[in-house]
Design a protein around this ligand. Structure first.
Ligand code: PLP
Length: 425
């Protein structure tokens, strides 16, 4: 179906290789949502049968989501998104512990990063742990960062830019031993790795978001381990057993339940076919192009994510050209008002600003087919060669990429100004 915003304007067909940004709603998910948007619009809190009927379906969805984590339905709280789940976990842990220090990492999503920045401005202490050049985290760093006044440790399970996985279950055990609450932002994991052992682990809080695994936008989950204290972040009615006020986003929650079932059914497809597709994509590019680097520890990554440095080329230039060919991918940089900040994740891994600005993230899903990958593989190598030939940073112009960072930054600022001027022309 094509949707027009204006007369004569339709959304183009795309090859969607940006599944860490969001995913398409599975047809099976959409199908179960529709009746709750049209016919069964009762409020699940209403006492009459029309409301109770909806409440029964919510209960079933909660059971299906619980099965994804191997937990009980009472440990599931529905929220509006991954960000709300993240914010609620940190806020709640600080409130219930009465402590004022948070341990997190330098590579978290902005949902955690900006919240901890805010907490810092409010007088809380925050320790942001560094990562290794391959994006991994040292367990002893986590242990050493925990202080007497630490209220919560929040460390993501899988990085959204590189796909690098952190050993969160081991970290949770360290936290338990030290008597500190542990939260993990697991927004990128459902359907990609097996989460059914979560309830058996020492993880206290875990966040998920429906739109990352083929449910709709506007629905999230916060898992809270049995006996872990929690206070509401959205304060209102008694919904979610008094833990999250606001009338439930019924249709999206029903869809989320179905998406959780599909995530479990398709786990092996993700871990075999999608992984093979991703590996083939990377290996083919590595064979066809020099000066290419895969970011993140290759054997400790999500099966669907590929973050590639195309040295000597600006990621924004690649993305614009890919867009013209109908391919959606992304970079971690924020292109705003004339400045291109390199990704905080890649910078924390020690990439020079130049290399960080050359990185593109491709993320695949169950719905990608070999034809999508083959099309991208036809387009990318000649495109990179052409961009390199045009680039003043190209291999012909720079003999060593590990040059002085400050000198490189100056050169890049000039190049950026030219690029932005060209974009704005
Ligand atoms: N955490 C991670 C790791 C993410 O990738 C995202 C979304 O990109 C979020 C949190 C935020 O999720 P939402 O967009 O549902 O608020």
């Amino acid at each position: 179906m094509h949707v027009s915003r204006h007369e004569n304007e339709t959304c183009p067909e795309v090859i969607y290789l940006d599944n860490n940004a969001t995913t398409r709603i599975a047809p099976e998910v959409f199908e179960v949502m529709v009746p709750f948007l049209t016919e069964y619009y009762g409020n699940p809190s209403s006492a009459y049968h029309f409301g109770k009927f909806v409440e029964g379906h919510l209960k079933e969805a909660r059971e299906k989501v619980a099965a994804l984590l191997g937990c009980t339905p009472k440990e599931i709280i529905f929220t509006s998104c991954g960000t709300e789940s993240d914010n609620m976990a940190i806020w709640s842990a600080l409130q219930t512990s009465g402590k004022r220090h948070v341990v997190t990492t330098q590579v978290e999503h902005s949902a955690i990063m900006n919240q901890t920045d805010y907490l810092e401005r409010m007088g809380f202490g925050v320790t942001r742990l560094p990562v290794q050049p391959d994006g991994t985290l040292s367990l002893s760093d986590v242990e050493n960062a925990i202080r007497d006044d630490t209220g919560v440790v929040s460390i993501m399970w899988a990085n959204n830019e590189t796909g690098v996985l952190f050993p969160v279950e081991e970290i949770a055990s360290i936290c338990k031993r030290k008597g500190v609450l542990f939260h993990t932002d697991a927004v990128q994991t459902p359907g990609k790795i097996d989460l059914r052992h979560v309830a058996k682990s020492d993880i206290d809080f875990l966040s998920m978001a429906g739109h990352k695994f083929h449910a709709s936008k506007g629905v999230g989950v916060l898992y809270v381990k049995k006996r872990t204290k929690v206070v509401p972040y959205v304060i209102g009615g008694g919904q979610e057993r008094g833990k999250r006020g606001g009338t439930e986003n019924v249709a999206s929650i029903i869809g989320l339940g179905r998406a959780a079932e599909l995530a479990l059914e398709r786990l092996s497809d993700e871990q075999t076919r999608v992984r093979t597709m991703r590996d083939f994509f990377e290996e083919t590019l590595l064979r066809r192009l020099p000066h290419l680097y895969i970011n993140g520890k290759r054997e400790q990554r999500l099966p669907n994510t590929s973050n590639i440095a195309f040295d000597f080329v600006e990621a924004e230039a690649i993305l614009m050209r890919l867009d013209r060919k109908g391919i959606c991918a992304s970079s971690g940089s924020a292109c705003t008002t004339g400045s291109l900040d390199p990704s905080h994740v890649l910078s924390a891994m020690g990439l020079t600003p130049a290399r960080a600005r050359s990185c593109v993230r491709f993320s695949f899903s169950h719905y990608n087919r070999d034809a999508d990958i083959n099309y991208a593989l036809e387009i990318i190598p000649p495109m990179i060669e052409e961009l390199r030939a045009m680039s003043p940073l190209g291999p012909g112009h720079t003999d060593n990429f590990n040059y002085d960072v400050e000198a490189a930054r100056e050169k890049e600022e000039k190049l950026m100004a030219q690029t932005m001027a060209a974009i704005n022309e």
